[in-house]
Design a protein around this ligand. Structure first.
Ligand code: PAN
Ligand code: ZN
Length: 198
């Protein structure tokens, strides 16, 4: 007999992106993003304060099996480390062929995507923007605005996370402030898939 899972609803507070009864809330501080930002002197200068960079409200803990979806909101605080804007750690999906949909709720920024070979793509995130991450693209989101960047993410529940590859290779591009405006510039420390850092 089919074991029916019960339907459910979660409220997303559109005023701030929080999900009040989220079964899991993750808080990512600067120390959780150790080595992600390019300017290590700026990172060290902020290490004592260890500011919150972003929070993730996991709306579901649906079983990690094919057929289910999971969804969450991410709230990225405004700010920079050196001239690089606050961002998420970034990941590939552990099952690389799993896709994802982001929907911008508040604020402004970018969904920064890359292939393992280092092709970069940036999708602008603003309220109402629905950005699609196709299979195999690593992704991170970046807050380039003065307020929180809030997005809703929907993804196959079995997608999983590969943080290791991003930790090892970095992202091929950085989103930095130049003359008061965001610019996407090459990351000199990026390591292409399959190559070792010098
Ligand atoms: C998102 C991300 C979320 C936080 O739900 O997990 O924005 O970013 P990191 O996982 O890179 O810390 C998603 O892409 N899920 O697959
Ligand atoms: Zn993802």
């Amino acid at each position: 007999m089919t074991d029916y899972m019960m339907p459910f609803t979660r409220m997303v507070h559109l005023s701030d992106g929080t999900i009040p009864d989220a079964p899991l809330i993750q808080t990512r501080r600067l120390s959780d993003l150790s080595g992600c930002f390019a300017d290590s002197d700026a990172e060290n200068a902020l290490s004592a304060a260890n500011p919150i960079i972003y929070e993730v409200y996991e709306a579901t803990q649906n079983p990690e099996v094919v057929g289910h979806l999971r969804y969450s909101t991410t709230v990225i605080r405004p700010g920079k480390v050196g001239d690089e804007y606050h961002m998420t750690r970034g990941h590939y999906h552990a099952l690389g062929d799993r896709c994802e949909l982001y929907y911008g709720l508040m604020g402004e920024g970018y969904l920064l995507l890359q292939t393992p070979e280092g092709e970069i793509n940036a999708q602008r995130l603003t309220p109402g923007a629905m950005a699609y991450t196709p299979p195999y693209w690593g992704h991170r989101s970046v807050n380039t605005g003065k307020d929180n960047l809030v997005l809703l993410a929907v993804y196959p529940a079995d997608a999983g996370y590969d943080y290791r590859t991003i930790a090892d290779q970095g992202f091929a591009a950085l989103v930095v402030e130049r003359d008061g405006k965001p610019e996407i510039v090459p990351n000199p420390r990026f390591v292409k898939a399959g190559l070792q850092p010098e």
